[in-house]
Design a protein around this ligand. Structure first.
Ligand code: PLP
Length: 383
């Protein structure tokens, strides 16, 4: 109920403090199953300072728009694209929807179909529902990567695009994107890579010596990539990224916004009014951390993942689903639901889905948190 007379600031803050004590916080070390993290301190400063900037009306906020373009350009360079087209959007969901929308719009297919791995994120279900694009699911191999032969067998005259995943939501698996790219080129179909999670991991992990397939615009069949700064990029929510190789994709989803201050403005995204602070924070973090700063974040995350996988392997009663490719480790058990409940009762922010519990080594996850978790897990398994 809205009070007749407003409460004091202290009263409101006190009430919020009480209510929000129900939330888990990233700095508690208890959140092990999320792809989000505590935003970098610089990003927090930036949000406070520039929270009024609206990229929906770039005629007013010309500087912010330039910063967004530069942020996209830097992400493009990270992903081996000289000239990138795209935007900082609300997250991986919006980015994936935009890619499907662009693929559909540049095609002249009447009953459009998109081929995607069974491991794809549920954002594609939203895209399908919104855009009336039929999803054609491709099988997975034993190692949970997409079966490229099955993808090929599903190509038809109605196919408007193929999706590959560079860091699946559940297991962090990187699909064989080079083979998908070859397929895309052979059949003249665009390939979208969902690197919402892996985009801020793989380029750095490769330099650190981890063997991972190429996944980005280096591969000529890749026409668009989702890369989320609000996951491993440590940017504040909301900050997703959609990058296209060619301008025609952006043009195909651009809607004129005639009454805005910038005159001829067009919106190639879903949202109208949108936070300039998000794009500014992405720009600032890329500049501030640089390649080596992110590399160090990924180094720790990958080392934690390998160490944790080793610990899980040594435990009786649970098993690793597969060797980690990125900084995600998932384990299964016969009585998974019971284990999940017991862990949650002890305050752990995890969830079991598709038959396993996923631990994501985000930047806020430290070795001591994992040790505390393992201690609880051992106790639970012993009962
Ligand atoms: N794609 C992948 C691979 C994801 O793992 C996720 C979220 O976890 C998304 C897309 C959706 O991202 P968001 O939650 O930012 O919309």
């Amino acid at each position: 109920m809205i009070p007749e007379d407003g409460l004091s600031e202290e009263e409101v803050m006190g009430e919020l403090e009480k209510r929000l004590s129900l939330d888990l916080t990233f700095d508690s070390g208890k959140i092990l199953g999320s792809m989000c993290t505590y935003p970098h301190p610089l990003a927090q400063k930036i949000v406070r300072k520039y929270m009024d900037r609206n990229l929906g009306d770039p005629g007013l906020h010309v500087g912010s728009q330039k910063i967004e373009r530069e942020a996209i350009q830097m992400l493009g360079e990270l992903l081996h694209l000289k000239k990138a087209h795209g935007n900082i959007v609300s997250g991986g969901t919006e980015a994936n929807i935009l890619a499907v929308r662009a693929f559909r719009n540049v095609s002249d297919v009447e009953e459009p179909e998109l081929i995607l791995p069974k491991s794809a994120h549920f954002s594609f279900l939203k895209a399908s529902d919104l855009l009336k694009v039929k999803l054609v699911w491709a099988k997975l191999n034993k190692d949970y990567s997409v079966n490229v032969n099955d993808v090929e067998s599903k190509i038809s005259d109605n196919t408007i695009g193929i999706v590959g995943i560079a860091g699946t939501t559940g297991l962090g698996v990187v699909d064989d994107i080079p083979s998908l790219s070859d397929l895309a080129l052979d059949y003249g179909i665009p390939l979208h890579v969902d690197a919402a999670f892996g985009g801020f991991v793989i380029p750095f992990a490769k330099v650190l010596g981890y063997e991972l397939p190429d996944f980005d615009f280096k591969l000529k069949g890749v026409q668009s990539i989702t890369i989320d700064p609000h996951k491993m990029g440590m940017a504040p929510i909301p900050a997703g990224g959609i990058l296209f190789r060619k301008k025609k994709f952006v043009d195909s989803i651009s809607i004129p916004a005639p009454y805005l201050a910038g005159g001829k403005v067009s919106h190639p995204m879903i949202t109208g009014t949108r936070p300039g602070a998000s794009a500014i924070a992405v720009w600032a973090l890329l500049k501030h951390l640089g390649f080596n700063g992110y590399k160090e974040v990924v180094r720790e995350a990958m080392e934690n993942a390998l160490w944790f996988a080793e610990q899980i392997r040594a435990l009786k009663g649970i098993y690793l689903i597969r060797e980690p490719m990125l900084n995600i480790v998932s384990f299964g058990a016969k009585n998974l639901k019971t284990i999940e409940r017991a862990l949650k009762d002890r305050g752990w922010g995890i969830s079991a889905h598709r038959g396993y519990i996923r631990i994501v080594m985000m930047p806020h996850v430290r070795r001591e948190h994992l040790e505390a978790f393992l201690e609880d897990l051992r106790e639970i398994l012993a009962t």
